[in-house]
Design a protein around this ligand. Sequence first.
Ligand code: AMP
Length: 305
Amino acid sequence: MRVMKDPAEVGEYVGMLRRNRITCGFVPTMGALHAGHAALIERSVQENDRTVVSVYVNPLQFGAGEDLATYPRTLDADVALCAELHADVVFAPSVKAMQPPGRVTVVTVRGVSDDFEGAQRAGHFDGVATIVARLFNVVRPDRAYFGQKDYQQTVVVRRMVADLAFPLDVVVCPIVRDPDGLALSSRNRYLSPEERVVALRLPRALESAEMLVLAGECDGAAIRAHMAAKLTPADSSDAPDSADAVERDGIDADVEYAEIVDPMTLTPIERLTGHAVLLAVLRVGTTRLLDNRIVAPPGTPAWER
Ligand code: AMP
């Protein structure tokens, strides 16, 4: 496996692949790789002749006051994991290589970028789309792999790929969770053990809302209210005793949003008639935790994305 820092070197490598009709899968990441990233890399290795993993902490997608400076950077361990998983290239460019001097072009995906993460984190999706577009042009993959974990990001990237005619397929992989249900995230390491107990409210609330949907509830407002109740400290009936204890000890948890939305447009759903996505963010202490779940009323045919 090779580690490349220079986009020109990656360009040369993928040029060779293209000339020889060797397929290339691409997994963009910000590093600090965990089993969620590993699942994307494994899928790419299965489906393509070669796999390129990018490790780039993208300053453009961090807002003022976010954790850019402290975001975990573990390149040596990331390279070792990629080698173990049989990836072929780790592309770890510098900020200078990704933001050329004089850069003025910004990719804005309107509409689907506006709410949720877009509303909470000004400029976030412009930063994502601008850098993902640049990475796509450097790596020129046949397939690019993204996690359902960042659901809105998958919608934004698919829209950009369709609108700008990038010649590649976007593949979205399921969320990988810890055994207790918490979705894996590089930011979970910021949680204290007490905060982690409170964090479990998030997957549990979404699972509980799915149960409600499967029991026949189709009213968007009722599903929203159910999630809100499960996420707020007043309703800790299904949380273990220890969770009650830490709340009394003052763990600060705040629901930024808990919505049920259309899977393609991300507009709120009033009446559920097919597939929908439960989207939620719980901030525990200073850590923002994202989660989502795709739901549908009983008997809905499988969804082809
Ligand atoms: P990040 O390094 O956070 O930018 O994530 C890189 C890619 O890994 C994104 O497409 C994420 O959605 C995906 N990812 C992160 N966490 C998970 C997870 N728990 N399960 C599946 N994919 C994930």
